[in-house]
Design a protein around this ligand. Structure first.
Ligand SMILES: *Cc1c(COP(=O)(O)O)cnc(C)c1O
Length: 454
């Protein structure tokens, strides 16, 4: 077995030393030697210096590969929480790079030459877009709800309908968030029916907030009733309480105009009389991860001074990305063209079919495949059960083969995440951008090549 010192002098290892730190190369050589010695004991031939160098090189390359990176989402789920939810608009990313590469005027007012407000770029735009009197941005919508309840209801009671005891996933459950905010939850109504009188009867002198939660990720159908925001607003006004709407996904754009089922917008909740509305930045809004609060200044001002605000505040890159995303929303046509989530929602099934055909052409005869209709989804706890007409390329003739292809796809240089369905691996083109089709074809060909028997 060669010594580490000898290996270090070989041209192969000299090449590794150009790309990796000396200590890491030595470490990788020791590991390769250790593994070879173990193989030797079980009767294997001793490897030559080139083989050892190659094994060390593979391990170094593997270790240098970043954990978090780009993948191609061929699941057909637009807001896939495991895959980073909303892909960002290019304008947002450019703004984030500009704010992050050097110094920025994050808390510096350039006109006054003095300390400025951190969110001076985003809050006026958010007010403009939603018609709100005041706006506030924090780390995510869960943080926005927690901050609002902590600042406005701690020590008091919050009334929520039993039909709206939502769990979002990742441990965000309304009853637990209310408790964490230091308030007592008062449940009213039943799972399927809650009336205005149920809220009215539950109001005590300790009630602070009526909380309405959007049933983002489930629907209650059949024999149902709920109190509207407008009704709750009059009740809140009459009894001197605050009405808060946890809207979750909160589309700023009118999805009805994109030919989809409309989702309630924050501006609609405000018009209906909500005092404050919480929603996400990276769901249907299609921007960076953030939690947005819009509403009356009297409701939001105490939150700015709450100690949690400091813990939940946004960093400069996110603020820059949010501001750029809001600027796109000023022009609805530009918003649909440049915000990937909206662009995907606005595409027709024919456009997706054309993309599937193009992928098919690029695959040629690399593998047997079939182009078939598919159903994409919004995901991210929005529009549950709403099927978006789509097209997919189906691969793998057997269950086992579809599954092993799925593994190859995930482990490729550009990982591809598809969807197993009926014993086939589906690549749904709804969530694949035009610019990604070529890379997708390359990844598919590489995976199939590696996967082919023999
Ligand atoms: C998604 C969602 C949240 C949490 O939003 P994040 O931005 O993921 O923190 C809160 N409330 C509702 C109703 C939601 O749908």
């Amino acid at each position: 077995m060669p010594q580490v010192q000898k290996l270090l002098e070989t041209p192969e290892v000299q090449a590794l030393l150009k790309a990796h730190p000396h200590a890491a190369v030595v470490e990788a050589l020791r590991a390769a030697l250790g593994a070879a010695r173990a193989d030797l004991r079980s009767g294997a031939e001793p490897p030559d210096a080139q083989t050892l160098a190659r094994r060390a090189g593979d391990a170094l390359a593997e270790g240098a590969r970043p954990y978090l990176g780009r993948v191609i989402n061929a699941t057909g789920v637009i807001l896939h929480t495991n895959l980073g939810r909303a892909p960002l608009p290019a304008a947002a990313l450019e703004a984030m790079a500009r704010a992050g590469l050097g110094y920025s005027n994050l808390e510096f007012d350039l006109d006054a030459g003095a300390r400025g407000a951190r969110a001076a770029g985003v809050e006026p735009l958010l007010r403009e877009l939603t018609g709100a009197e005041a706006a506030l941005a924090v780390n995510n919508a869960a943080a926005a709800v927690l901050l609002a309840l902590s600042g406005l209801a701690a020590g008091g009671e919050v009334i929520v309908s039993r039909g709206e005891m939502v769990e979002i996933g990742g441990g965000f459950r309304i009853p637990e968030v209310v408790a964490q905010g230091g308030a007592r939850l008062v449940e009213v109504g039943t799972t399927n029916k809650t009336r205005l009188d149920d809220y009215r009867a539950a109001i005590s002198e300790r009630t602070r907030v009526l909380l309405k939660v959007h049933q983002s990720n489930y629907r209650i159908v059949g024999f149902t009733a709920e109190a509207s925001l407008a009704e709750l607003s009059s009740l809140a006004r009459e009894r001197g309480l605050l009405l808060m709407h946890d809207l979750g996904s909160g589309a700023l754009a009118d999805l009805g105009r994109l030919g989809r089922t409309p989702e309630p917008r924050p501006q609609d909740s405000l018009l209906a009389g909500a005092d404050l509305v919480a929603f996400s930045g990276d769901k249907l809004m299609g921007g960076p991860q953030a939690g947005l609060l819009v509403g009356r200044a009297a409701a939001l001002d105490p939150l700015r001074r709450h100690p949690l605000m400091r813990a939940l505040r946004l960093d400069k890159a996110t603020l820059a990305g949010l501001e750029a995303t809001f600027r796109l929303y000023r022009d609805p046509v530009r918003a649909v063209a440049e915000i990937p989530v909206l662009r995907m929602l606005a595409q027709s099934a024919d456009q997706v079919a054309a993309r599937a055909e193009r992928l098919g052409d690029l695959l040629e005869r690399a593998a047997p495949f079939e182009i078939r209709s598919s159903e994409a989804q919004v995901g991210g706890g929005s529009l549950p059960g709403e099927a978006l007409a789509s097209w997919a390329v189906a691969l793998g003739e057997t269950d086992a083969r579809a599954e092993s292809l799925g593994v190859r796809f995930r482990r490729g240089e550009t990982p591809v995440i598809g969807r197993l369905s009926g014993g086939r691996l589906l690549l749904d083109l709804f969530t694949v951008a035009d610019e990604e089709v070529e890379a997708l074809a390359t990844a598919v060909r590489a995976a199939i090549h590696l996967d082919s028997p023999g």
